[in-house]
Write a protein of this length. Structure first.
Lengths: 316, 383, 327
C-alpha cells in the first residue's frame, strides 16, 4: 500500500510526490544560493562550453571535416607544405608537427578528459563515502584502521607513485582513472567525509531510526549516506580537477600510453622541439589553456558548492 | 606534550614501513620476476647480476626478500643504478637530495608566509574589486597547469627578458676553473644561510621581549649582521662568484614553486579568516576596545591560522608534485628530476630509491607540521 | 533625581537583511543611575541585545543607527570617533556576553586575556601589577587565582562564566552590561553565579544593565525593570511595581504566565500569538494584534512612552488599572 501523509485538509498525498516536491524545492533554493556567486556560474559555464566542445567534434567530423585531413590522430594535410603550420582558414588553430589539425585534437580529447575526470570522481566518492560512513558509524578498531590507512594515503603524493607505476606497466586512461580514484578515495576525502558523518551520526533522527529497528546497513545507506552526498559531490569536483591535471602531467612527460589527450599534444610539441618558441605558440597555448580552464572550472564549481553546502561562509 | 610527539613519531615509523611495503610489493606485483626487474639490465655484467641477486636476497621467498630489503635500506644500501652503473643509488640520492630539500623548504616557507599575510589582509576588506582580483589571481595560480606555468616563467624571464638562466643547476662554462666542486659550494651555501636565518630568528624573537625603543634597533641589527656576514664570507673565500651562479639558477625554480603554492594558501587563509570572524571571542576582543589591527592579527588571524596550517599538511603532497614537475622542466638536478628520469628509462633501483626518499620527505614534513600544530593549538597539547 | 550615569534617548536601529530592513530597535529611551541594576526583559528577538550592542557600538556591518543619542556622563557615544570609542569600551562600559563558553580566545591563557584589557586601559602597568589585579578579580568572582595560567578549554562552563565576569570587572568600568550571563548554565550554577554577581554589584557599587528573557532572574537581580517588545520599550518601573502593578497588557501577561507553587491550581496562562515580524512591524502599537484591550487608536497610532508617576513609565493607550494617586 502506498504510504501517504495527511495534509491539513485531510487529503492524502502520496509520499513519493511529497518527496519529489521537497526535492524540487530544495534544488531551487540551492540553485538560487549557488547562482548568487558569479564564481560558480563562471565555472559551470566553462564546463558547459567544453561539453558542447566535445559533442561538436563527431558532428564536425561527419559533416564539414574530411577525415583524411582532420582526423586527430592520423590526419595529415598534404596541401600545406610545412608542418607545424600557424592558424589559417583551413586550420583554425593550425597544425601540429605531424600535420594534424590542432582544433580537432583539442575537441577530440575533451571527451576523454571528461570521462577520465568523472570516472575518477565516481570511484573516489563511492569509496570515500562508504568508508567514511562505515568508519564513523562503527568507530572503534574499524575506525582506527581505516583512518590510519587514510593517513598513509594522504601522506604520499600520488604523482611520484604514478610516475613509478608508469615505469613498471602500461598506464592508459582507465588504469589512470582507477588508480587516481583509489588513491583519492582512500585519502583526504575520506577523513573529511568521516568527520561530516560523525556530525550526522549524533543527530536525533539516526537514534530514532535505530530505535525503530533499522539495521546497521539500512541506517548507513538509507540515512547517513544521502546526507553525505552534498559534501561528496563537493569533493568530486576537486577530484576531477586533480585527475585531469595528473593525466596531463603524466602524458606530457611521456609516461602514459594514451593516444591523444591535451597532455599528449604538449608532449608532441616537446618531442619535436617546439616548446619554448614563441612563433609556434599555437602548439602549446591551446592545450595548456584548455587544461587550465577545465581544471579551474571544476574547482570553481566546487568552491561555489562549498558555500551552499557550508552555510557558515554565506555573506548574509 | 612529549607523549603526543612520541606517539606521532612512532606512527610515522609505522607508516613509513607500510609505505615501503607498498612500494616494494608494487614492484613485486608486476608481471615478471622482481629479480629480473632489479638486475636484468644490459649495463650490468652477468657476474655482477648474480652477486646483486644474492645481496638483495632475490632468490628467497617474498617476505624474506622484503625484510632483507628493509634491512638494506636502513643500512644505506639501495641497490645500484642501471643508468649510471656502477654508481650506488644512495650516492645519487645523497648528491641530489639537498638540492630538492632547499627548493622545497624555501618555496614552502615563502609561499606559506606570503600567502597567509596577504590572505589575512585581504580578508579584512570584503567586497569590491580587491576581493575579485585577488580571488581570480589566487584561483589562477592555484589551477594553472604547472608545466605550462613553469614554461611561461622560463619563457618570460630567461628567453624574452634574459634576466635569469633557463634551467639547470649551474653554468658549466663558468666552473672550468673552480677550486672546489659544485656540491661543496652548495653545501656551504646551505650552512651559511642556515646560520644567517638562525641569527635573524633569534634576533626577532628577542625583539618581542624588549621595550619598544630598542625593538627596531635589534631587528635591524639581526637582519644586517647576517647579511654583512654572508657577503664578507663569500667575498673573502673567493667562492662568491660560484655561489652566485648557483643562486641565479635557483631563483626561477623557487619562484615558480612558490607562486604555485601561494594561491592555495592565500585562498584558504581568506576563507579561514572569514569563518573565524564569526566567533564570539572576536566580538569580545572588539568590545575590549582593542584597535582593529590588533583584533585582526592577535585574535582572528591567530585562530584562523589553525585550519590553514592543517591545509598546509594536505597541500604538502601538491608541493612535492609541483617540485617534481618544476625540477624536470628546469632540468634542475634534484630528486624529482631523478625520479622522473629513472622512470622514463626504467632504472628501477633508482626509481624505487627516489620514490622512497620522496615518501620519507613527505612524512617528515607531515611530522613537522603536526608538531607545529601542537604548538599552535593548546587544546591539542593539554589533551 | 540625581543625574543619570548612562542615558539612552530615542535610540533607533535597523538591520539590512536579504529580506529587507528589520526595525530592530525603535525609539528606545531609558536612564541608568549610579549603583543601580536595571533589568531589561523581553522575548527573544525583542531587541534587548541590539540595544546593548548599540550602546557599545559593536553592531555588525549591516546595522545602522538611524537616530537617537546615548549619553555617558558628558560624552555622547554615538558621535564619538572610533579611537575615542575604543577607550570607552571596557574602560567605562564593559559587557558580559551571552553564552560565555566561546567568549574566550582558545589559544591564549585566560589570565593573559584579562591582562590584555588591563594593559590597554590602564596605561603603564607592570606585568606583576596586572597579575595581582587578576588574582584579586578571581577571588572576587570565586575562582582559584592559580587558574589564571590555564587555557579556556581547561575551565568548566561555570568557571568560564566567572572568568568572563572577572574580565568585565577588570578595568573598573562605570557600567557593566550583562547579556543573559547565566542562560547557558544549569540551574544550580546559575543560582550561585547570580548570587555572586549581586554581591559584587552591591560591594563595588557599579551600575549594571541586566538583560534576560527570564523574568525570575531579572526579579532577583534588578532594582528597576524595563520591558521590551518588538523593538520598543513598553514599560519601565522599579521591580516591585512591575511585578505587582504592571501597566502594559504585555507586562501583565508576562507576570500572569509565571507559574506559582502557591495559590490554587490553575491552567498555565500563556500569551496567544507570536511576536511580530520586524520586517513589517504592525502599525500603531506593535502589541495590538495580541492585545485583548486593543481598539481603533491602538491600530492607528503608536502610544507615547508616558510617565505615570513614581518613576513608572508605560506606552499604552489602555493601560491596566493602577493608582498612584497623581494620575
Amino acid at each position: 500500500m502506498a504510504e501517504a501523509i495527511a495534509t491539513t485538509e485531510h487529503v492524502y498525498v502520496p509520499l513519493w510526490r511529497v518527496r519529489l516536491s521537497l526535492f524540487w524545492k530544495s534544488l531551487r533554493t540551492n540553485w538560487a544560493m549557488f547562482s548568487e556567486n558569479p564564481i560558480g556560474l563562471i565555472g559551470l559555464g566553462v564546463i558547459l562550453f567544453f561539453a558542447l566542445f566535445a559533442l561538436a567534434h563527431p558532428i564536425l567530423m561527419n559533416t564539414i571535416w574530411e577525415p583524411r585531413v582532420y582526423d586527430p590522430i592520423s590526419g595529415y594535410d598534404m596541401e600545406i607544405p610545412f608542418h607545424p603550420s600557424p592558424p589559417s582558414a583551413r586550420h583554425l588553430l593550425g597544425t601540429d608537427p605531424l600535420g594534424r589539425d590542432i582544433l580537432s585534437q583539442l575537441m577530440y580529447s575533451t571527451r576523454y578528459e571528461f570521462a577520465l575526470g568523472i570516472l575518477s570522481a565516481v570511484v573516489t566518492v563511492v569509496i570515500a563515502t562508504t568508508i567514511g560512513a562505515v568508519s564513523a558509524y562503527y568507530g572503534g578498531i574499524i575506525d582506527t584502521i581505516l583512518m590510519r590507512l587514510a593517513d598513509l594515503v594522504i601522506m604520499v603524493p600520488f604523482l611520484p607513485i604514478l610516475i613509478v607505476l608508469s615505469a613498471l606497466t602500461e598506464v592508459g586512461m582507465i588504469e589512470l582513472a582507477l588508480v587516481i580514484g583509489l588513491l583519492s578515495g582512500f585519502g583526504g576525502t575520506t577523513i573529511i567525509i568521516k568527520s561530516q558523518a560523525l556530525t550526522i551520526k549524533v543527530k536525533p533522527f539516526i537514534e530514532a531510526a535505530r530505535v525503530a529497528g533499522g539495521s546497521d546497513f539500512h541506517i548507513i545507506f538509507r540515512h547517513m549516506i544521502p546526507n553525505l552526498l552534498p559534501i561528496s559531490l563537493l569533493y568530486m569536483m576537486f577530484v576531477v580537477t586533480g585527475a585531469i591535471f595528473s593525466e596531463a602531467v603524466l602524458s606530457y612527460f611521456g609516461l602514459t600510453t594514451i593516444q591523444m589527450s591535451w597532455g599528449i599534444m604538449i608532449n608532441t610539441t616537446q618531442l619535436f622541439g617546439y616548446l619554448l618558441r614563441f612563433d609556434t605558440w599555437y602548439l602549446l597555448i591551446p592545450a595548456s589553456l584548455a587544461i587550465t580552464l577545465l581544471c579551474a572550472a571544476f574547482y570553481l564549481v566546487g568552491r561555489a558548492l562549498d558555500e551552499v553546502v557550508n552555510p557558515r561562509l554565506r555573506k548574509r | 606534550m612529549w607523549r603526543f610527539l612520541g606517539r606521532r613519531f612512532v606512527q610515522m615509523l609505522i607508516t613509513l614501513l607500510l609505505f615501503q611495503a607498498v612500494t616494494y610489493f608494487l614492484i613485486d606485483a608486476q608481471p615478471g620476476d622482481i629479480a629480473d626487474l632489479l638486475t636484468l639490465d644490459p649495463n650490468i655484467p652477468p657476474a655482477e647480476r648474480e652477486r646483486l641477486r644474492a645481496q638483495l636476497g632475490l632468490d628467497r621467498p617474498p617476505v624474506e626478500r622484503f625484510i632483507t630489503y628493509i634491512g638494506n635500506f636502513y643500512r644505506g644500501n639501495l641497490g645500484v643504478s642501471f643508468q649510471e652503473y656502477p654508481r650506488p643509488v644512495i650516492d645519487i640520492i645523497k648528491e641530489r637530495l639537498p638540492r630538492t630539500v632547499v627548493l622545497f623548504l624555501t618555496a614552502s616557507i615563502l609561499s606559506f608566509w606570503t600567502g597567509f599575510v596577504t590572505g589575512k589582509i585581504l580578508a579584512w576588506r570584503r567586497g569590491g574589486w580587491i576581493e575579485y582580483t585577488s580571488t581570480i589571481t589566487g584561483v589562477t595560480l592555484y589551477t594553472v597547469f604547472t608545466p605550462w606555468f613553469a614554461l611561461m616563467m622560463i619563457w618570460l624571464f630567461a628567453v624574452a627578458l634574459n634576466w635569469l638562466p633557463a634551467g639547470k643547476f649551474l653554468d658549466p662554462l663558468k666552473w672550468l676553473d673552480a677550486p672546489i666542486s659544485a656540491n661543496a659550494v652548495f653545501a656551504r651555501m646551505i650552512w651559511s644561510s642556515f646560520f644567517a636565518l638562525v641569527i635573524v630568528f633569534v634576533g626577532f624573537w628577542f625583539s618581542n621581549r624588549v621595550p619598544r625603543r630598542q625593538r627596531l634597533v635589534l631587528r635591524a641589527a639581526s637582519l644586517l649582521v647576517p647579511l654583512v656576514g654572508m657577503l664578507l664570507y663569500w667575498r673573502l673565500s673567493g667562492l662568491g662568484f660560484y655561489a652566485w651562479d648557483i643562486a641565479r639558477h635557483l631563483i626561477l625554480p623557487v619562484a615558480t614553486v612558490t607562486l604555485i603554492a601561494y594561491g592555495g594558501t592565500m585562498l584558504l587563509t581568506r576563507t579561514s579568516m572569514l569563518e573565524t570572524l564569526r566567533e564570539d571571542y572576536v566580538l569580545t576582543a572588539r568590545a575590549k576596545g582593542l584597535p582593529d589591527k590588533v583584533v585582526r592579527d592577535k585574535h582572528v588571524a591567530r585562530n584562523a591560522l589553525l585550519p590553514v596550517w592543517t591545509g598546509l599538511v594536505f597541500s604538502l603532497g601538491n608541493s612535492v608534485s609541483g617540485g617534481i614537475i618544476t625540477e624536470t622542466i628546469f632540468s634542475w638536478p634534484g630528486i624529482g628530476l631523478t625520479l622522473l628520469n629513472s622512470a622514463l628509462v626504467a632504472d628501477i633501483p633508482v626509481a624505487m630509491g627516489t620514490l622512497t626518499v620522496v615518501g620519507v620527505m613527505t612524512l617528515i614534513s607531515h611530522l613537522i607540521a603536526d608538531i607545529g600544530y601542537a604548538f599552535l593549538d593548546p587544546r591539542i597539547r593539554y589533551h | 533625581m540625581a543625574k543619570p550615569l548612562l542615558s539612552v534617548e530615542n535610540l533607533t536601529m535597523h538591520y539590512t537583511t536579504r529580506g529587507g530592513e528589520v526595525a530592530a530597535v525603535d525609539s528606545v529611551s531609558f536612564s541608568l543611575y549610579e549603583g543601580e541594576a536595571l533589568g531589561l526583559v523581553g522575548e527573544s528577538g525583542c531587541g534587548k541585545t541590539s540595544v546593548a550592542m548599540s550602546i557599545l557600538r559593536l553592531l555588525p556591518d549591516n546595522a545602522r543607527i538611524l537616530g537617537g543619542q546615548i549619553w555617558l556622563g558628558d560624552l555622547e557615544l554615538l558621535s564619538l570617533p572610533e579611537p575615542e570609542m575604543q577607550k570607552v569600551r571596557w574602560g567605562r562600559i564593559s559587557m558580559i556576553f551571552q553564552a560565555a563558553m566561546n567568549s574566550l580566545n582558545p589559544v591564549y591563557r585566560v589570565g593573559d586575556q584579562i591582562i590584555e584589557a588591563l594593559e590597554l586601559h590602564w596605561g603603564s602597568v607592570s606585568r606583576q601589577q596586572a597579575r595581582e589585579r587578576v588574582a584579586e578579580l578571581y577571588q572576587l568572582v570565586g575562582l582559584d587565582p592559580a587558574l589564571m595560567d590555564r587555557y579556556p578549554h581547561e575551565y568548566s562552563g561555570g568557571m568560564r562564566q566567572r572568568a568572563v565576569i572577572a574580565m568585565a570587572l577588570a578595568c573598573n568600568p562605570d557600567v557593566i552590561i550583562a547579556d543573559e550571563p547565566t542562560t547557558a548554565l544549569d540551574v544550580i550554577v546559575q543560582d550561585r553565579i547570580l548570587k555572586r554577581l549581586t554581591e559584587i554589584q552591591k560591594k563595588i557599587g557599579m551600575a549594571m544593565i541586566y538583560i534576560s528573557h527570564d523574568i525570575a532572574v531579572i526579579a532577583e537581580v534588578s532594582h528597576r525593570v524595563g520591558v521590551m517588545y518588538a523593538g520598543k520599550l513598553v514599560e519601565l518601573a522599579n521591580t516591585v511595581n512591575i511585578f505587582e502593578r504592571p501597566l502594559h497588557p504585555y507586562t501583565a501577561g508576562l507576570m500572569a504566565s509565571i507559574p506559582s507553587i502557591h495559590g490554587e491550581k490553575r491552567d498555565l496562562v500563556t500569551l496567544g500569538g507570536e511576536p511580530p515580524n520586524l520586517l513589517h512591524p504592525p502599525s500603531g502599537c506593535r502589541f495590538h494584534p495580541r492585545c485583548a484591550r486593543a481598539t481603533g487608536i491602538c491600530i492607528e497610532q503608536e502610544p507615547p512612552f508616558q510617565d505615570y508617576g513614581n518613576g513608572h513609565y508605560a506606552a499604552c493607550w489602555h493601560p491596566m488599572e493602577v493608582d498612584y494617586g497623581s494620575h
